[in-house]
Design a protein around this ligand. Structure first.
Ligand code: NI
Length: 180
């Protein structure tokens, strides 16, 4: 089911999400709702807090990448644990479905190693680079109550303050259902 996406300004996006217990009856519906909501908004990743559920789950689909060197990735990440981040950082114009209309250049580690449970609660471990690494770090941050704008310089944040206030006031239109 398509759920409204929680907008910047909501305290939900600043809270730390809780681990999922194995056998949690809410999990299958939560995963389906994340996929439905993400695809409807044409996103490449979505974390459970963004649909108002404070559980440590996110989904990523970067299978549409145009770079043939990047392997496709469509995966559910439950209770993820970051194991290693590459020292080298790369910039990218990052956006977030909870902060519509804003894209900013953010530097992040270009590779990540992560351990997590998949949709069937099987323990997995993987190393990712490119868009997958970017999306994993962005979505993982959502589980910690962090947003990509937290990485901006104080000056840049100051310049964007009015725009962010508009989003938080519900005055910015998105092409998908939203909630504050
Ligand atoms: Ni986001």
């Amino acid at each position: 089911m398509i759920r409204p996406i929680v907008m910047y300004g909501s305290p939900i996006l600043r809270q730390k999400a809780l681990p999922v217990e194995p056998g949690d009856k809410r999990l299958p519906n939560l995963i389906q709702d994340l996929w439905d909501t993400m695809y409807n908004a044409q996103g490449i990743g979505l974390a459970a807090p963004q649909i108002g559920i404070l559980l440590r789950v996110f989904v990523i689909d970067v299978s549409g990448s145009k770079n043939p060197e990047e392997p496709p990735l469509r995966e559910v990440f439950i209770n993820p644990r970051l194991i290693a981040l590459e020292a080298q950082r790369t910039p990218y114009e990052e956006g977030c479905l909870s902060i519509p209309g804003l894209r900013e250049r953010i530097y992040r580690p270009s590779g990540v190693e992560i351990e997590y449970y998949d949709a069937n609660f099987r323990l997995k471990r993987g190393r990712f680079t490119g868009m997958a690494a970017r999306a994993i770090q962005h979505e993982y941050d959502h589980l910690e109550g962090r947003l990509f704008i937290d990485y901006l310089s104080p000056l840049r944040r100051q310049l964007l303050r009015a725009k962010l206030r508009e989003i938080a006031a519900g005055r910015v239109e998105a092409a998908y259902p939203t909630t504050l």
